[in-house]
Each structure stands twice: as C-alpha cells, then as structure tokens.
Write a protein that binds this ligand. Structure first.
Ligand code: FAD
Length: 532
C-alpha cells in the first residue's frame, strides 16, 4: 500500500473528487487505483476557503515504480504497518494472576490486553456496573443525592463514561498504541469514523454499551471483574508487592498489581502514601466552566460555514499568559454539551463537561482553568488534594449547600459584582445553579488571571466575553495533583511489582492516553511475569 498525506480538497467536494484527486496526485489514470481507505481526515480553517485534508492509503498498480518516482516527496511513501503486535503469550500454567485496580480506560485496556495475551487478570473496581452506576449518578443530577462510591468518578468505565468522549491526544505514540485503543473501541460498537477523523468523539451514551462489551470480552478470555470491591491496603514485603486487601478484609495475593485509580481516589492515595509508596506533588489546574450559546461559537469559528454537517458543532482551544505570570487555558471543551456535577465526596461541588454523540445541545461549555505548581500548595505529595478539597467545599457553601453549583454571569464577574438574574444563556448544570459572586471561589491570583483572560479570548472568539455567558465552578479535577512515580520498567520507584498507571498516577490526561498507558503497563506486566 502507498500513503499520500496532505491531500487537500474543498469542504464541499463530491465523493468522486477524492479518487480523482488521488489519481491526479500520483499521475496515474483513475483505473490504476484498485482501492483506497481514508486513514485520517482533518480540516484546515486557516485560509478564507475551508479545506479538508486527507491522509489516504492506496492500492495502486505499479506501486514500486510510483514509490521510486516520489522518492524525494515527503507526502508520498509506503503505508506504515500500524497493526498491533502482542509482546507476550502467557504459559498454560500461571503461577498467579495479575491484579488491576480500577476499571476506567486505563484499567480496561490493561485488563483487556492481559486477557488477550492469556494472563487472566483479576480486576477490582470500587464502583458499580455501568447501568447501576448511571442511575446513581443521575440521583445527584436530579435529586441532589450523592453516592460517594458510585458517581461520575467511580464505577465501571471510570471517569470518562459520562463525558464528551473525545478520543484524541497529543502524546507521542511511535508504536501506534492509540490505534489499538480506537480499534478495540470500534469492535465494541464505536462508529468506524473514530479511526479516521482527526478529532473523533463518541459522546456519553455509546460509551456505556461499549464498556459492557469490553467487560464481556475480558471475561470470555478468562479474566474476572469484581465490582464494589474497594482496595483499602497493599501487602508489601521486602520492597515487593504481595497482594491487596479489600474493604471487607479479604486478602488477594498477587505479585503484579496495576494501580489504575484515576485522579479522584484520594483515600487510596492517602493509603499508598502511608505505606511509603513513592509519590510527589505535580502541577494541575483550577478554574470554572464557561457556557455560551453553541451558535455563537460556530459563527466565530466557522463563519459562513457555521452549521455545516461535516464540521459539526465547533470547538475551540484557547491560551492566555496573564500579566501575573499565570497561564489560563480552555480545558475539555464540549461542543453542544452540558456541564455536569462531578464530585465524588459529600459536601463538595466540582464541575466538568459532557455531551451526546450528536453534540446538539444549545450550549457550548469548556473549563477555563489556571495552571498551578507545587509551589502554590507546599506540604508534600498530598497537599494538592488538600487544596482541591478546600476549593470544592467552599464551592458547595457558595452554591447554597445543596450540590447546586455557584454561578455568575461573565459580565458581572468581570465587573466584580454578584449576579442575581440569568440572561440569555440558561446554564445546563444539574441539579441547578445558584447565582452568587465567584470572586472568593479560587485563589486571588487565579481570579485575576481569568479576569484578564476572558477579554483576551474575546479577541480570538468574538462574543466570548458576552455579558450573559455563565461561569460555574469549581473545576478542580483537571488532572491528578500528584504523580506515583515509576521507573523505565513502569514499576513504582520503590515497590517492585506495583505498576502506577493512567491519569491518577500522573501518566495520562484523557481517555485515549489512559488507554494507551494501560496497554504499555499490560505489556510490562506480561514481560515481567514471563521472567518467572
Ligand atoms: P479513571 O477513569 O478515573 O478510572 C479509575 C477507576 O478506578 C474508577 O472507576 C474508580 O472507581 C476506580 N478506583 C479508584 N480507587 C479504587 C480503589 N481503591 N479500589 C478499586 N477501584 C478504585 N477525557 C477525554 O479524553 N475526553 C473527554 O471528552 C473527557 N471528558 C470527561 C468528562 C468528565 C465529566 C470527566 C470526569 C472526565 C473526562 N475526561 C475526558 C477525562 C477522562 O475521563 C480521564 O482522563 C480518564 O477516565 C482517566 O482514565 P483512568 O483509567 O486513568 O482513570
């Protein structure tokens, strides 16, 4: 197969235009093209004319001669082999099974790969199966009732289950592990387009059934997944993990334990710290969610192409370096989605965003967050969690103490006065928004930086600083505030056999990168188990 990159066609081109463009680019008659697949499609909105940019893989007669003809051309070459190759195969008699703690994207892919290689993993997940979990999560959104062990953060599918389901990442991926993640998602029911769109997303409802299918595959390969099984302790002997203890006192022996905890397992981080597992504070960000009419964002981003079906609801990515030295940036932008209550702890309020596959809700939302470093929360690896908790508890009070989110209109926030009435934008956060003054919701430097950033963002997206846009808060679970550091063999720096992984350990920042990290860790576990 032969690959062409940077093949550009106008947004509104006809299906037949693509094979014609391929033939023209290669200088061959159309009949020489035996077939082609689109590997990636992105758009280029920089020029006045909106273009689609393709990477295509082509079966063509005379391939060898064409490769020679285009030898110096960086955009024509042989198609790389992106198929996944397993690194190991379990022996028939396994001395013990690997344990995976957590069944979010990282734990799912660690377990799936271990199962596919024959290692029959045992997965321990503190939350419930995804359907029961969905009901519990809606209890918070509809009835102001939080279930601390079954919510947006905890349960089958992990934190990404109720999400926008964005499936792209900027990680370096020389082994094409991201492709393996996407391929498994398609096998589990995701639309095929996620394999070729530059910014694929699947929305929240599809994720629910996909997660169930992946669970079924792991079980069919001899893996086991136990729900409502919270790990409360680690057995460590002579610097080596020997197993885990569950909340009901049961002890499970294993010499290989994957920690795929996510960033909200604060009690588990505390336990690991007490047990002496090496960890360190790392940067994270705090801020608010902002909501605008999606039509405003579409118009600002797409101009005359707003509403185009191929482009869909527009997203944005913004950064501002404030005069007080802080960086403010948009985080987890959800086009046509809704703001969700994302706390896992009683008496605390946390915001995040999600959408359905169609992305056709009225509002666009995104986190507008400010980067913090451990110097902002001195006191060791757990100090970032203490700061998150302080801000989330204060947001609960500002919101009226009922799990409503404190909110303020952008115009009032910029003018420094409390809001008392909504305007044109109706916020989507459930169970509701309590209008107030957000000035005390974040550290002063963060408030100052966001006040400076919003007008700067308005210069990039006209209307961004509209008076009636709504801020809700607080957005604190942007990433893990600590790292459970690992060595090159992906094991904890000071506990052999313990594999910190995914977002909670500080090695991923989204669904795709958490899945990729799960694969890497599964490979490392498998190779170590084969050493005996
Ligand atoms: P998690 O998904 O957090 O999974 C960790 C699992 O471990 C949880 O299920 C938890 O219950 C379990 N666990 C924790 N402690 C224990 C214990 N002691 N014993 C047993 N089990 C335990 N990312 C994107 O890429 N795109 C998006 O569109 C997107 N939208 C998001 C929207 C929302 C509302 C949220 C909350 C997050 C979103 N994210 C998104 C982020 C993404 O969900 C995370 O980056 C990803 O889920 C991290 O995967 P993980 O497996 O490392 O951790």
């Amino acid at each position: 197969m032969l690959r062409i990159t940077e093949l550009k066609l106008p947004l509104e081109h006809q299906p037949d235009d693509l094979p014609a463009a391929i033939a023209a680019r290669l200088g061959v008659p159309p009949a020489a093209i035996a077939g082609f697949t689109v590997f990636k499609r992105s758009y280029d909105a920089r020029k006045s004319m909106m273009m689609l940019t393709y990477i295509v893989d082509i079966e063509v007669t005379g391939e060898a001669a064409l490769l020679e003809k285009f030898a110096g051309d960086p955009h024509v070459g042989p198609t790389p082999d992106t198929r996944y190759q397993f690194v190991a195969r379990a022996p028939d008699a396994l001395a013990h099974r690997p344990v995976v703690i957590g069944f979010g994207p990282c734990g799912i892919f660690a377990a799936l790969l271990l199962a596919q290689m024959g290692f029959r993993p045992l997965v321990l997940e503190r939350g419930k199966k995804v359907r029961e979990r969905t009901r519990d999560t809606w209890d918070l959104w509809r009835k102001n009732t939080l279930h601390p062990e079954s919510n947006v953060q905890f349960g089958e599918g992990g934190a990404g289950t109720f999400s926008d389901g964005k499936l792209y990442s900027q990680i370096k991926d020389p082994k094409f592990l991201g492709r393996k993640v996407l391929t498994e998602f398609v096998k589990a029911g995701a639309p095929e387009e996620i394999l070729y769109l530059a910014k694929p997303h699947i929305g929240t409802f599809r994720l629910v059934s996909m997660v169930e299918k992946m669970r079924a595959e792991i079980e069919s390969l001899g893996g086991e997944i136990r729900f409502q099984q919270r790990v409360t302790d680690l057995m460590i002997e002579d610097g080596r993990v020997r197993g885990v203890t569950l909340a009901d006192g049961e002890e499970i022996r294993s010499d290989h334990v994957v920690l795929a905890l996510g960033h909200s397992a604060r009690d588990t981080f505390e336990m690991l710290h007490e047990r002496g597992v090496f960890m360190e504070a790392k940067p994270f960000s705090v801020g608010f969610r902002i909501e605008h009419p999606q039509s405003l964002i579409d118009k600002a981003r797409w101009g005359k192409y707003a509403g185009n079906e191929i482009l869909g609801a527009a997203d944005y990515k913004l950064v501002h370096h404030a005069s007080n030295g802080r960086s403010v940036y948009s985080f987890c932008m959800c086009p046509g989605g809704q703001v969700v209550a994302a706390t896992s702890e009683p008496g605390r309020v946390v915001t995040n965003g999600m959408s359905q596959y169609s992305r056709n809700e009225r509002n666009a939302n995104a986190g507008i967050v400010v980067g913090l470093t451990p110097e902002d929360y001195p006191g060791g690896p757990l100090a970032g969690i203490a700061l998150q908790r302080r801000l989330e508890s204060h947001a609960y009070v500002l919101g009226g103490g009922t799990y409503e989110a404190p909110g303020q209109l952008v115009g009032d926030f910029l003018a420094g006065r409390p809001s008392s009435r909504l305007g044109a934008v109706v916020p989507s956060y459930q169970p509701g928004v309590h209008l107030t003054d957000l000035a005390t919701a974040l550290p002063d430097y963060a408030i100052a930086a966001i006040r400076e950033a919003i007008p700067a963002f308005d210069r990039k997206i006209r209307g961004f600083a509209m008076h009636d846009a709504v801020l809700t808060g607080v957005e604190t679970r942007t990433s893990s505030p600590l790292r459970i550091t690992r060595g090159e063999d992906l094991q904890s720096l000071n506990v052999r056999g313990l594999y910190p992984a995914g977002e909670g350990a500080g090695y991923a920042g989204g669904i795709l990168s958490a899945g990729v990290d799960g694969i890497k860790v599964a490979e490392a576990v498998a190779l170590d188990m084969l050493k005996g």
